[in-house]
Write a protein that binds this ligand. Sequence first.
Ligand SMILES: [Zn+2]
Ligand SMILES: [Zn+2]
Length: 141
Amino acid sequence: MATMKFFQCDRPSCLKLRKGRFYSEQPICPQCKTEGKDPKYGHTIRRLTIIHYDPPSEYPGIGMTHRACSRKEPIQASDGVNGQPNPWHAGTGSIAAVTCHECMKTPEFKKAAAALDDNDGLPPNYSAVIERLAMSTTPLR
Ligand SMILES: [Zn+2]
Ligand SMILES: [Zn+2]
């Protein structure tokens, strides 16, 4: 199975929907259909690093260093060129910075989102947080 990559189309009209971001195997914008190999506009299709949620360990401030969406995979799997860490995958313990759509569906992520304190005295509502975060990405399927 080919790997889904994460892209952003910088065409101004495309930026209005989901910040121009999309998951795809190929660098082809689903909105304007511009391809990455297009000689004139191809450079506007940029590949972005997928930021996974790195669940916390029991030590404060130290993450597990695996992807919440795939526990067996370290944040940077060694599947880059010549077995180097893959530069297109990163991790964070800050849920607001997560861009991986699969990580957002995990119990670890939802638990962290629920723990966010909005300081308004209302019960935490993680579904609203997830909805807001999910706006920046396109569903994987
Ligand atoms: Zn576009
Ligand atoms: Zn992930």
